[in-house]
Design a protein around this ligand. Sequence first.
Ligand code: FRU
Length: 485
Amino acid sequence: MKEWTTQERYRVLKDASEIKDLYDRIQASDYRQTYHIQPITGLSSDPNGFIYHKGTWHLYYQWCPWGAVHGLKYWYHTSSKDLVHWQNEGVGIHPDTIYDNKGVHSGSGFSTDEKLYLFYTGNHRDENWVRTPYTCLAQLTEDGQLVKQPEPLFGPHPDYTEHQRDPKVVYHEANQTYYILLGAQSKDLKGKVLIYSSKELLQGWTFAGELRVPGYEDLGGMWECPSIARIGDKDVLVFSPQYTTLPHRGPSTNHNIYLIGQMDYENLTFQADGDYRHLDYGFDFYAAQFAANVKEEDKAILTAWMGLPDNHYPTEEEDWEGSLVLPRELRIVDGRLLQRPVPQLSQLRKEKVNPNGYLPRVAELEINNHGQDAQLQLFCKADGTGGLSIRYDASNQTCTIDRSQMDLRFNEAIGEVLDVPLERALADLRIFIDRSSVEIFFNGGEATFSSHLYPSAEENRYQLSPNLSLGMWTLKPSVTDDFRV
Ligand code: FRU
């Protein structure tokens, strides 16, 4: 593994030509995704500024150009008309002011229908590497220019640590006020959400207080990337708590959870209806963000980083890593979220494959369970050994997913076996396979599992227990991979 100096990680990209060779080399990788957003070079992490505006979906990702390392972050811009076909647009926001001299960190978009605004964290560090996070604003103009507001909206609150970032902007119609939710850490090292409010979108922001989330005063040491959406008559709060382990997540200390309940903006309280749940049970899912301006009352759209902080992936050797998960539609049914890949994805189906034991490298699988216990091996070898094993135990309605038999193992420290507890008996699985990832939707989306995976050439078969029936399609590529910087 390459050791990066601070200077190398925080090098400013001055000209696209500086990464052209890297881009050319990465193109040859066997693990480049074909219908998932991924970095043109280097590392991609959180989704940012996900928004529908004037007929186009905009989606940015945290980008470090130089390699698979967290360093100086840019927002890289992609756009789509249908949430399926994405094109590269080049860098969205550069770290080029004193307020973001060490990175343009995560944030969200806001559309007034006329204008598109991006709210982000300016990650400033002084010469002693002391950090000051600023909440900043930029406008994306009609002709694609990014115009930063010269001064930040506000700086850090003195009663919290340096960890204050990831603005999520919402407008609350009832009291005609704009709110920013900010992920934060209290001085006694607890995860928090801070709330700022303003009557105007572009100015006048003041600290309103800390969000109370009764029952969640003690969950983790930092809540990254808060995001909120109204679905029907409920609010859904998602965030990524860190520095704690949680049930069903093995030894990992990075998570992404949701609460369903009511957001009371007057009293700055989120009253959850019940316990939190994991947004996804897989190894690689973090920093999820709702798309803004969806305009349909009964659903929300969400994507996330397919990856985790503090982890490393085999393509690090090739100087790139990361992907976003497929955009999902979220609905609330019987008090819990159902998550489904956006329906437009069915356009990608190319050919129905006659099940013959071979697993294409890019495929969608629909599997139905006609019995009780079930077992599925993906990416096993000709002799049936190895691969990713998915085992369903009907006695406790749990799927156990084990990646420890894959040839290429990674991130063993966060565990290689995870359980997915289901509410109902396993009836169906929908599985999306790309060249270095797998996403599984259980029982019409009552639980999901997203992970990177790096099959070797011999890991090209599958096996199913007899009570499982399979439909399988190859998929067309839908994400451009051209060199736009
Ligand atoms: C989450 C996060 C955010 C931050 C960004 C920096 O992965 O740590 O809190 O804004 O990444 O890249």
